[in-house]
Design a protein around this ligand. Structure first.
Ligand SMILES: [Zn+2]
Length: 289
């Protein structure tokens, strides 16, 4: 990578960070975390799939989640207040969505294999699918049901899924998969590097299917973990379940169920890592590397 590319990359990362902070998409600490993740993802991967492609994919995730979060924000305000933290992502939320991607970028520096890149794409497809399902799923007109018991629940409950939410997650995952292919082709046109997809067994079409499939799987895993092990609290005053230790009404909540440190952020991180690992091993078993 030449010096100019480093400079352009770092400027892009800072511009994204300033934009995200100014538009209340990220808190101060969330912005710093995002900058570190952006730098890791941009600097570590080298040939055949360079950091600029990895970072661009991260940018697609950022722009797409920003868009779906802002879309119909007013309509979702009541639901957000009750169950989660609101739409400005803090340190832990950014870490939960970006740590898996950054980790795989560093692994790719040592093992630049197609399967490792696929794991990265699957992780981003999962977090994007999950963001789409979460942000748009609550707008669903029909009541969602719990993924484990299939009982009807209120929108916004962890582990709640709806047909509309599943559709949204498929679009979110598919968007990442398509972006991978487009970005690699654009890179080939501008930089004339070796045909990346000729070294990926199975070809472009299968690659898109793979990434979309594992993004949806990761998003479903997220719902299963959300419905089973995720910690939930109860507000005695409002007589309702919440993910918060202090309810929006100001009253301290009491522990209800789940594993104590397993909050929504940990669920996001674990489900995306699981999707990455599953994608990696499936690819290795099918194609050898
Ligand atoms: Zn309350």
């Amino acid at each position: 990578m030449v010096l100019a590319e480093y400079l352009i990359g770092i400027i892009c990362i800072l511009l994204f960070a300033i934009f995200a902070f100014k538009r209340d998409a990220l808190t101060e600490e969330g912005t710093l975390t995002a900058i570190i993740i952006g730098l890791l993802v941009f600097i570590f991967p080298a040939a055949p799939i360079h950091g600029r492609i990895w970072f661009s994919l991260l940018a697609v995730f950022f722009i797409s989640s920003f868009a779906v979060t802002k879309y119909g924000e007013a309509a979702k305000e009541a639901v957000n207040k009750q169950f989660a933290k609101g739409s400005t992502r803090d340190l832990m939320q950014v870490f939960a969505n970006g740590a898996g991607a950054a980790l795989v970028a560093v692994i790719y520096y040592f093992y630049p294999l197609p399967s490792v890149f696929l794991a990265f794409a699957a992780i981003l497809a999962t977090v994007n699918a999950d963001t789409w399902a979460t942000e748009l799923g609550v707008l669903s007109k029909s009541k969602p049901f719990l993924i484990t018991s299939l009982k009807q629940v209120e929108p916004g409950v962890s582990g709640a899924i709806s047909r509309f939410g599943l559709f949204a997650s498929a679009i979110g995952a598919g968007l990442i998969a398509l972006s991978v292919v487009l970005l690699v082709y654009i890179d080939q046109i501008y930089f004339g590097i070796a045909e990346v997809f000729t070294v990926i067994p199975g070809g472009v079409f299968n690659f898109i299917l793979f990434v979309t499939f594992f993004g949806i799987i990761g998003s479903i895993l997220d719902s299963v973990l959300g419905a089973t092990v995720q910690v939930m609290y109860y507000c005695k005053k409002c007589k309702c379940e919440t993910e918060r230790t202090e309810h929006v009404c100001g009253k301290k909540t009491v522990y209800l169920k789940g594993i104590k440190f397993f909050d929504n952020d940990v669920v996001n991180l674990v489900s995306s890592l699981m999707a990455g690992v599953l994608a990696f091993f499936t690819f290795v078993v099918m194609f050898g590397y």
